[in-house]
Design a protein around this ligand. Sequence first.
Ligand code: FAD
Length: 311
Amino acid sequence: MKVLVYLEAQGAELKRVSYEMITAARTISNEVVGVIANTDDSAIKTAGEYGLSKVVKLEDPFYTNHSSSALAAGFAQVAEKESCNVAIFPANAAGLEIAPRVSVKCKAGYISDVVALGNDLVAKKPVYAGKSMIQVSIDTDFKVFSLRPNVFTAVKSNATDVALESFAPTLTAKDKSVKVTKLAKNEGKLDVSEADRIVSGGRGLKEAVNFKLIEDLADKLGAAVGASRAIVDAGWRPHNEQVGQTGKTVSPTLYVACAISGAVQHLAGMSSSKVIVAINKDKDAPIFKVADYGIVGDVFEVLPKLTEKLG
Ligand code: FAD
């Protein structure tokens, strides 16, 4: 079985999610090939350390457009050229745009938002807004999966070398139908799903205006801001900051949960964080069961002091 993995770069490095996808692919096959476009070659130099044998770089001036239709066309042509059986994408903004297009082009079955993939290619994924998990498989010859970021841990392999091959796909006018006309930066804000440190706030903050306490601590720590669903449902914060089963799954080095009770749906999105700090005035709050460090106290007293100490 040969697996094709979609790779994304950020500057001169691959995104962490790409290493996660390579590692997941390696658990089902020894033959894993990466596909990348619109990047400089230095970004792939570390891909070999995670077990990729080859990277195919899509070459066409149109790829500077970040066009999902052109990327899907190029990816599908590589899949055919390499006689691949499985394609893996991250279930993030880019992957979720390209994966379904590839599945149509390759007449393949597609399973999105996978959280576990066995080497029998049976996939586990949440359904009904995370209330249940189902196990699904695909019966087409070529199979496409998108895997949830921060669920599959990236692990290095013993290999180091990776071969780089260029490929110029044939792009029709239809393949070039999607064009990105403007790229807007996220006002310098860090994305929770990619952040190494996160400070999250919950309903115990009482009012939207008090979220400033979370932003101040996050600023001091160089962290991204996260929120519980209670806060997002109340309209205090945007959905892209929600951590949990129906929000984003995160896996930072440091996760600070402030006035968050630790409902099972919140834990589902953050319990794999390396170090968890919880601040809650209720000593029996479930968040303390997963916390490495717990502060039993009032966030309105603890947060200003903590932020000041970090000076
Ligand atoms: P609460 O549970 O109300 O907790 C507030 C906490 O603040 C309490 O522990 C309290 O002791 C503490 N507190 C109060 N005042 C202070 C103070 N002054 N100082 C310190 N501590 C204080 N939730 C998510 O977060 N993410 C999800 O993705 C998600 N998905 C869901 C999916 C489904 C299908 C369902 C049914 C629910 C989902 N939920 C999700 C909701 C989840 O069940 C909880 O309702 C939610 O996480 C509660 O948010 P909270 O901890 O902010 O609020």
